[in-house]
Structures are given as structure tokens and as C-alpha cells.
Design a protein around this ligand. Structure first.
Ligand SMILES: NC(=O)c1ccc[n+]([C@@H]2O[C@H](COP(=O)([O-])OP(=O)(O)OC[C@H]3O[C@@H](n4cnc5c(N)ncnc54)[C@H](OP(=O)(O)O)[C@@H]3O)[C@@H](O)[C@H]2O)c1
Length: 328
């Protein structure tokens, strides 16, 4: 097998394509031949040593992937060789094969495309857990999505629309805003060319937005919070902008509003049954065509450094999917 190995925590430059012995599975493990892996923002943080957990060096990044089971350990019964699966393993996906714990492997329902499956659970799981579980979003409410053309942003637009909400999508270019409109956003705001607070005031007047979905943070957070409605919920998803914002505490008081932390990875660990139930709900939405990963491009795995460069330059609309070169 081959893998992009991260040998030092110096960012994407520390990745090298290396040959490794193809592993045999332990009793509770599964070996998967990878067919597709998607790039998520934490795949950047992990090779910079800035993510919540640090795998032992060297490791292959690539948290989310899909493929066909090649071999299973003696104690594994829920998947078998030849089966199509999605895997959420935290790392290991930017490779031709991976050996992972059986618990991290989900059999795919018939009709679930392998490339979609590689770009699904991370973003849609986060968006659904945030909007439906943590914010208890109701049909008819208004949701503001920041960084709306990114991975979790595009998923949040689709999940919010499927829940019957009105969506205001905000992003940094007209092309990104155009994508958001195509995905069903009711209103779009280009926050690079318009003052966010002014645009939100003119869109929502005195009512404000019921839910803010914020994967960007930084200077966008305060104007977004100032536009929140009475009893609004501000979902803290991430800080792709690089700055963790600070907020004057009188603002939540004045709006009777909540700041709600969202940590999907720990939700998966702490509430595995609730997560499985949620993924079933999302799978049904996929089957009905109500959610579908937005794939900007499918690149050969050999072009992973270019994929990282595009992520760092905010140049991805939706998600990038990497496919081992021999399978393209
Ligand atoms: N809490 C959780 O459970 C959870 C789960 C998954 C992801 N996350 C977090 O959510 C955030 C977004 O993840 P993602 O996979 O959606 O990433 P992504 O696809 O790269 O999207 C991030 C968006 O953030 C905006 N952005 C603003 N400043 C940026 C900068 N300096 N560099 C890069 N992007 C910038 C960009 O939109 P514009 O150009 O339009 O501003 C970009 O489209 C990350 O911080 C990630 O760690 C959290």
C-alpha cells in the first residue's frame, strides 16, 4: 500500500507519498481498499499539530473516506469482505488502504455513491447535530450560515432547508454566494463586499435571525450575534478564520439568546447510539435527494498537496474528493 505520511507537524509540506506494508487486520479491525477520501478543515489542523488530538508520527491524515472491505478480524461481524463502507477514523484516508477499528466502519446502504459517502458524515453530521439537536431548529425559523460555501456551510444550508427554515447564506465571493443560491439559500450576503451587520438588518429588520451557524469566527461573530433574534441560538462550530472571537456578555442577556457549543466528534464518542440514529436520518434525506455533498472537484490522490493549497486559500466550493490514481 501507499500513503501520504505526515512525518513532522509542519503542515502540508511535511507530507510524503511512501510505500508501506499492507496491514493484516487485528481481531477488531477492518482493512479497507480506499476508493475516495475527502478533505476536511481538521485534516489541515492535524498536520499542523493544532487539532484536538495528535496521532503518533508518522501518520496518514484523511479523517473521512469510503471504499471496499478487503479483510476483517475474527471478532468483526457487521461488515464482510467485498462490502462498500464509509469510514470515519480521524486519520488514514489519504492512502490506498487503511486498517481501522471496526467501530469506525459503517456499511453503506445500496445506492449510496462511494464518492458521496467519502464526503458525507463529517459535514452533514456536524450540520444536523448543530441545527436540529443543539439548536432545536423549527420550520419557519431563520438561519444565518457563515462560511456558507464551505464543507460544513453547504451541508448546513441543505439541512436547514430540509427542516423548513429560511436560510441566509453568507460567504466571501459572488461565486460562493451563487453556489449558495443554487443550493436553495433564500438570501445571500457577500461579507467581503458588504457590511454583514447592515445587510442582516436590511434582510431581517427588528426580527433578527433565530439561529446562527458559525464555522468561521473572528470578526464576523459580533455583527452576526448583534443580528440575533430574541431567544436566538448562536452555534459555535469552528474558527476557520483563525481567530477565536470574544463577545460582550451583555449581548446574550439583552437578546435572551444562547451561545451553544457544538462538538460533533465528542457527540459521536459520548452518544454513539444517538449518532447512529442521526446518520440514519441523514441517509434517508440523501435517498430522497434532500441532501447531497457538493463536490467541487475529484482529484487524483497524487494531487493532495494542491488540494491542501486550495483549502488554505479558501478556494474550494463545497468539498474536494481525492481518489487513488489507479481508480480514476
Ligand atoms: N464543531 C465541530 O464539531 C466541527 C465539525 C466539523 C468542522 N468544524 C470546523 O468548522 C470549520 C469549517 O470546516 P469546513 O470543513 O467547512 O472548512 P472549509 O470547507 O474550508 O470552509 C471554511 C470556510 O471558512 C471561511 N474562511 C474564512 N476565513 C478563512 C481562512 N482564513 N481560511 C480558510 N477558510 C476561511 C471560508 O469561506 P469564505 O471564503 O466564504 O469566508 C471557507 O469556505 C473548521 O474550523 C472546522 O474545524 C467543526
Amino acid at each position: 500500500m501507499h500513503a501520504w505520511l505526515c512525518e513532522t507537524l509542519d503542515g502540508p509540506a511535511s507530507l510524503h507519498w511512501r510505500e508501506r506494508p499492507t496491514p493484516a487486520p487485528g481481531a477488531d479491525e477492518v482493512v479497507v481498499k480506499i476508493h475516495a477520501a475527502s478533505l476536511n478543515f481538521p485534516d489541515l489542523l492535524i498536520v499542523q499539530g493544532k487539532y484536538q488530538f495528535r496521532p503518533e508520527l508518522p501518520f496518514a491524515p484523511g479523517a473521512e473516506f469510503s471504499g471496499i472491505v478487503e479483510a476483517v478480524g475474527d471478532a468483526v461481524s457487521h461488515v464482510a469482505p467485498g462490502q462498500a463502507v464509509a469510514v470515519l477514523a480521524g486519520s488514514g484516508g489519504f492512502a490506498t488502504h487503511a486498517c481501522v477499528k471496526a467501530l469506525q466502519v459503517m456499511p453503506l446502504p445500496a445506492g449510496f455513491a462511494l464518492r458521496d459517502a467519502a464526503a458525507f458524515a463529517f459535514t452533514y453530521g456536524t450540520a444536523h447535530h448543530a441545527l436540529v439537536d443543539r439548536a432545536a431548529l423549527q420550520a419557519g425559523e431563520t438561519v444565518l450560515v457563515l462560511g456558507a460555501a464551505g464543507g460544513v456551510g453547504t451541508a448546513a444550508i441543505q439541512v436547514a432547508k430540509a427542516a423548513g427554515a429560511t436560510v441566509i447564506a453568507a460567504a466571501s465571493t459572488d461565486a460562493k454566494c451563487g453556489l449558495c443560491r443554487d443550493l436553495g439559500a433564500d438570501h445571500v450576503v457577500n461579507y467581503a463586499s458588504t457590511e454583514l451587520r447592515v445587510a442582516l438588518k436590511s434582510l431581517t429588520g427588528a426580527d433578527g435571525v433565530d439561529v446562527v451557524f458559525d464555522p468561521v469566527g473572528g470578526h464576523l461573530a459580533e455583527p452576526a450575534f448583534r443580528a440575533i433574534a430574541w431567544r436566538g441560538r448562536y452555534l459555535v462550530i469552528g474558527f476557520a478564520g483563525g481567530q477565536i472571537p470574544a463577545l460582550p456578555w451583555n449581548l446574550p442577556l439583552l437578546k435572551g439568546a444562547s451561545i451553544v457549543g457544538v462538538f460533533w466528534g465528542d457527540f459521536v464518542r459520548r452518544e454513539p447510539e444517538a449518532n447512529v440514529h442521526m446518520l440514519g436520518t441523514l441517509s434517508a434525506l440523501y435517498e430522497r435527494g434532500l441532501v447531497k455533498p457538493v463536490i467541487d472537484a475529484v482529484l487524483p490522490m497524487s494531487r493532495l498537496p494542491e488540494a491542501y493549497e486550495r483549502l488554505e486559500n479558501r478556494a474550494i466550493l463545497g468539498k474536494l474528493v481525492l481518489v487513488p490514481d489507479d481508480l480514476l
